[in-house]
Design a protein. Structure first.
Length: 360
């Protein structure tokens, strides 16, 4: 049985449900799941209520909630604890929706970048006990881990069994008995759930209320703007990777997402860790994968935020080095002329999503 790899954040005791052989995950698009988990969202710059929206509040001169000052309305929204009630009030008018949007932004952004800054490893389940990436755990923590024993699940979906009293290893952080298994929640998925919640309510409200339901769904680029340049940062070593050297074509760069080969593949390639040989060529060798960034902390952020947050002179650009590693690994798998051939393979890959709209 081939070795399966898992995404884990050992120090936080969390893991992702995705698993597969190193080749399947690295070359099959699984690594793309890492991007929204590592990318730190950008809060949209919402314009203030338009004059037209504000004037619409005064069509009825009778005293009402709408006639209160904007500052009072903001306080009302701040004190509403239930998001559904925030949305319900916001959908009553364009003006109130402008005040409700920041609260929806907070909600949607809470699902993004949740793994940024966490120590990350793509670990194989054949890793030996006491085989940990350097500096992931302190000497005292390793002394605590060495005597541990655990029960792990073996086999595949067809036949599984439990192996008891197993010496603890790094791969056991992918077990639900050790870590919390976190499935990625996309803001659009949450928005559709909210729409489903409001569907019956819209039938009992004026037509304008139901017609505004699409306001709930955020645009794909709302929190990951495509008009800004993004970089992958290794927060542990203070190194960063630009998108241009690793993208097969410039038009494949779409904010933090890079089609075909992107930041997710870079993180996975440089953090994979196992004691067993692999058929994937890493660092120009075929053997046990020992990623040079295994156990380090990462995020994906905009260049503007990077330059404003800290002294950029302390950081090292390793984009060209990473691009060479990508080229070696993908050339070994697909042949030398990867930039011309890889797109054809990618467009026909078996696990391509139905809504995958990668540009040709």
């Amino acid at each position: 049985m081939k070795e399966l790899f898992h995404f884990v954040a050992p120090r936080a005791n969390v893991a992702l449900p995705q698993k597969g052989t190193l080749g399947e995950m690295l070359f099959g698009g699984t690594a793309r799941h890492l991007v929204p988990l590592l990318a730190v969202p950008v809060r949209p710059q919402r314009p203030p209520p338009t004059l037209r929206a504000q004037q619409a509040r005064w069509v009825n001169n009778a005293p009402s909630l709408s006639n209160l000052p904007t500052e009072i309305h903001c306080l009302i929204f701040d004190h509403i604890e239930c998001l559904e009630e925030v949305i319900c009030l916001g959908l009553t008018s364009e003006y109130f929706w402008t005040l409700a949007q920041p609260h929806l932004d907070d909600y949607y952004m809470s699902f993004l970048g949740t793994w940024s800054g966490k120590n990350f490893v793509c670990v194989g389940d054949e890793v030996e006990p006491d085989d940990y990436p350097p500096n992931l755990f302190s000497a005292e923590e390793l002394d605590t881990l060495r005597p541990l024993r655990t029960t792990v699940r073996r086999g595949d979906s067809g036949f599984q069994w439990w192996q008891c009293n197993t010496p603890f290893a790094l791969s056991h952080f992918a077990e639900e008995s050790v870590s919390e298994i976190e499935g990625f929640v996309h803001p659009t998925t949450e928005a559709l759930s909210l729409l489903e919640y409001f569907a019956p309510l819209g039938k009992r409200k004026p037509p304008t209320f139901a017609a505004r339901g699409h306001w709930i769904i955020p645009k794909d680029s709302a929190y990951f703007p495509k008009d800004q340049s993004w970089i992958l940062r290794n927060l542990t070593t203070k190194e960063f990777v630009r998108p241009e050297p690793i993208a097969l074509k410039p038009k494949y760069i779409s904010g933090p997402n890079i089609w075909v080969v992107g930041f997710g593949e870079v993180v996975m390639l440089r953090t994979c860790w196992s004691s067993a040989p692999s058929d994937v060529r890493i660092n120009n060798t075929v053997g046990p994968p020992r990623g040079v960034w295994a156990g380090y902390r990462f995020d994906i952020t905009t260049i503007a935020r990077h330059e404003s947050d800290m002294d950029s002179s302390e950081w090292t650009d390793v984009s060209d080095e990473v691009a060479r590693e990508i080229s070696e690994a993908w050339s070994y798998e697909f042949g030398c002329d990867i930039r011309e051939e890889l797109w054809l393979w990618y467009s026909k890959r078996p696990n391509r999503g139905f809504f995958d709209d990668t540009p040709p």
